[in-house]
Unconditional design. Structure first.
Length: 270
């Protein structure tokens, strides 16, 4: 297990929690955090004992965006590499954070439990997760235009895919900060719950997902994410057919058929 410094990685049963862990900075995003986060997502992806991820933030915030102090150092030419093994990148997050959406797309099903401000890369990282549940204390902003930049981390696709193009453009072009009561917030998440119910709701859903056959769930996730943007219905159905052919002879499908015949619940991931 890597010795993470800016995130926490905890496994409970078949669910892994990745917690952004800079609470004194509302979990502001750094290059080190980005490297650790991608490493954690990939670590869970390679572990057959993991069925689902929950991504959240320590303290009052989910992620308040990129660390502005890092930007200042970069502009002044003062940024230094992180001198703590195994992380060798600078404190500045990579431009457009390309590895984050790619890792989450290829990784296990991921639920973002948004416990506070999700701003800039904090919002766009959550959009790269498969499901989002928000606390009623959450706030959201695609803040990029307000700092003279443009959206990153796959959000020029993901924001429109999740919220619809008009809501995406309203959020992206204004950079407005909205709270959980704003109608636009409901376009970004599957549900908004009282703050104290956030993690219980996220874990209940994560355990439900993780209890199913892992390979089937993983392929289903990738099909839905891939095919949601596919215009050619024949391509969609061809990919679905290939997936079913791949899964039909797997142990999970055989167990499901046997359980049906024997009038019992199937036992997956034993």
């Amino acid at each position: 297990m890597p010795d993470f410094e800016q995130i926490l990685y905890r496994q409970d049963g078949r669910v892994v929690t990745i917690t952004l862990n800079r609470p004194e900075r509302l979990n502001a995003w750094t290059g080190q955090m980005e490297t650790e986060f991608i490493t954690a997502v990939n670590l869970a992806a390679s572990d057959d004992s993991v069925g689902c991820l929950v991504v959240t933030g320590a303290g009052r915030g989910f992620c308040a965006g990129a660390d502005i102090m890092g930007w200042s150092e970069q502009q002044n030419g003062a940024a230094r590499p992180v001198d703590r093994a195994p992380w060798t990148n600078t404190n500045i997050a990579k431009e457009a954070s390309p590895g984050v959406p790619a890792a989450l797309f290829d990784g296990k099903p991921a639920i973002a439990a948004i416990n506070g401000p999700a701003v800039g890369v904090g919002l766009t990282m959550a959009l790269s997760c498969d499901i989002r549940i928000a606390s009623d204390r959450a706030r959201f902003s695609a803040r990029f235009v307000r700092v003279g930049l443009s959206p990153e981390c796959g959000s020029t696709r993901n924001l429109a895919e999740v919220a619809g193009i008009e809501a995406a453009l309203e959020l992206a072009l204004t950079g407005r900060i909205i709270d959980a009561t704003d109608p636009l917030a409901a376009r970004l998440v599957s549900r908004i719950v009282p703050h104290e119910e956030l993690l219980p709701a996220a874990y209940e859903l994560a355990r439900e997902i993780a209890s199913g056959p892992m390979e089937s769930a993983w392929i289903t996730k990738k099909l839905v994410r891939r095919n949601s943007l596919e215009q050619d219905i024949r391509t969609v159905t061809d990919l679905e057919r290939l997936a079913i052919e791949q899964l039909r002879n797997k142990a999970a499908h055989r167990e499901a058929v046997a359980a049906f015949r024997e009038k019992r619940l199937p036992s997956f991931n034993a």
